[in-house]
Design a binder for this molecule. Structure first.
Ligand code: HEM
Length: 508
């Protein structure tokens, strides 16, 4: 694409000046608490504005819900080159690097594995893991000198989440493989440093860097090799013995083995292994971080925490039994738990923004005319980078959600009239009016899985434990792996952690 175009595009839009012309806006965006700059820029420039990428190039921020839905819903907007290069490096050619008809084929296979009915079928594994964590904390509290313990919940949730996805997708408990689980934890817990942000900005500007033998590739390589060995063995066994043989109860393997029926093409070994890796990696950090953000909010707002507990106790009093998976995931049986899940996903989305690149010239329709020209469309050229701001963006826009858009208030999902959801939320056409899981053909494959795991773990932990602030303030930042994670306020260069004070409910 002509270089000059990258600089002179979108003259009708204004936007912020980055602190460094060389690094562009990404360095500023990721050096600030997640979403805080999207929110500030939206109030200054409106929902649609431009940012300057590395070396002054022009990128579009599309915070208009109709425009965002168009971009995410159309195959001509593809994943951007630097994203594809990183995802290729991490997993190989997988669902994440697929586009167009090939993406459609891969999605048909993965969708058939992650239906809500299939998630229900494997939910016992997640319930067992949540109860195992509860028993572990009960034992530790039983042995502790005081009635409370400070626990790094972020670390423990990561372990639970990686087993939840690996045990349900290929019957393998990664946490029991010590070298592999410590490698994954190293990758997930890389500290946020200025050097890492600068390196990331350069890679964004020059995706070809991924092709060089640079040291940052060392961990993804090791992960691909180690996890690949397990995925490979599981895949071979499933081909030889069949998925139901050998106790291998895996919906994903079953779907991939049946891929000829679903997509017309048998899945080859490399693609199958890459998709297994992609699903594991996409599925564990994100879900663990979302549960962590919720526990952090509950520790700050004990009234909300008590309301969830009360709902669980009332259920037990009324039925004389513990809630099942069906009860926990039903908005009718557990309306408050459901509202807390929706509000966590809305207020604190773990993926801060989604990026696309226009592959053809296209006119994007807008809900609200542009401030500068009053135009109801914006025309983009091939190669244009477009960011859909989610955290601090569309999910928290006061013009869509009302003046308390930034507040964590689960009641908004339950009440009617002024205290409930405003009509304007309907302008966001994604499921549940939130963009936390994306939208369109690339919407998150694992969203039912993630919501089920979220509800099971929050209900199990809140039923038995009381969470309190442990005197450490946290801010949430987008770390290099793309998930938003907690960082001790003012302490740069530390890996993510989230220490909360935990007490048994009977002692609280
Ligand atoms: C709270 C938890 C989660 C969040 C916030 C989340 C968020 C997202 C988002 C925003 C996308 C769209 C990316 C884009 O449009 O470029 C996505 C895609 C994806 N997610 Fe999730 N995710 C979560 C959990 C999971 C789980 C549990 C799995 C696996 C079981 C999973 C697997 C995937 C896959 C494979 C894709 C790629 C889909 C495609 O390209 O067609 N995610 N996720």
């Amino acid at each position: 694409r002509p270089v000059w175009q990258a600089y002179s595009r979108l003259p009708e839009l204004s936007g912020p000046t980055p602190s460094s012309v060389v690094l562009g806006y990404r360095y500023d965006l990721h050096s600030a608490p997640a979403g805080s700059l999207f929110s500030r820029w939206r109030s200054k420039y409106g929902p649609v504005y431009r940012v300057r990428g590395p070396f002054g190039t022009t990128e579009l921020v599309m915070g208009d819900p109709k425009g965002a839905s168009h971009v995410l819903g159309t195959y001509s907007f593809i994943r951007n080159e630097s994203n594809r290069a990183l995802l290729w490096e991490l997993f190989g050619h997988s669902i994440f690097t697929a586009e167009g008809a090939f993406h459609k084929q891969q999605r048909a296979v993965l969708n058939s594995a992650f239906t809500s009915a299939n998630v229900r079928e494997v939910s016992g594994v997640i319930l067992d893991l949540a109860n195992k964590l509860r028993e572990n904390w009960e034992n530790r509290l039983g042995k502790a000198a005081s009635s409370s313990l400070i626990i790094d919940v972020s670390h423990e949730l990561q372990t639970l989440a990686i087993d939840a996805i690996s045990m349900t997708t290929f019957s393998y408990a990664i946490s029991e493989n010590a070298p592999l689980s410590s490698l994954l934890s190293k990758i997930a817990n890389v500290p946020l440093t200025k050097a890492a942000l600068v390196a990331e900005s350069f890679v964004e500007a020059f995706p070809a860097i991924w092709k060089l033998p640079i040291p940052i590739k060392q961990w993804p390589r090791m992960m691909k090799a180690e996890l690949g060995k397990i995925a490979d063995r599981v895949w071979k066994d499933s081909e030889i013995e069949g998925v139901t043989g050998g106790g291998m109860h895996s919906k994903l393997l079953e779907a991939m083995n049946n891929s000829k029926v679903l997509s017309g093409e048998p899945m080859d070994r490399d693609l199958a292994v890459a998709n297994i890796l992609a699903v594991i990696f996409a599925g564990y950090e994100t879900t663990a971080s979302a549960i962590g953000e919720c526990l952090h909010q509950l520790a700050l707002q004990s009234t909300i925490q008590n309301k969830i507990r009360q709902e669980l106790f009332s259920f037990a009093d009324a039925t004389g039994r513990d809630p099942t998976y069906d009860d926990l995931t039903s908005a009718t049986q557990m309306p408050y738990l459901d509202a807390v899940a929706r509000e966590t996903m809305r207020t604190y989305p773990i993926v801060m923004n989604v990026t696309r690149e226009a592959s053809v010239e296209e006119s994007i329709p807008l809900q609200t005319p542009l401030r500068s020209t009053g135009a109801t469309h914006i025309v983009v050229k091939p190669g244009q980078l477009i960011h859909i701001p989610i955290r601090g963006g569309i999910n928290n826009d006061p013009d869509i959600w009302g003046l308390d858009a930034d507040k964590f208030r689960p009641e908004r999902w339950l009440e009617s009239g002024k205290a409930g959801l405003p009509e304007t939320v309907k302008t966001v056409r994604a499921p549940g009016h939130i963009l936390t899981f994306g939208d369109g053909p690339k919407i998150c494959v694992g969203r039912y899985f993630a919501m089920a795991e979220f509800k099971i773990v929050i209900a199990t932990l809140v039923r038995y434990f009381h969470f309190e602030h442990a005197g450490i303030d946290y801010d949430f930042y987008r770390f290099g792996s793309n998930a938003v994670k907690p960082k001790v306020r003012g302490k740069d260069g530390l890996p993510p952690s989230l220490e909360l004070r935990v007490k048994a409910v009977s002692d609280a």
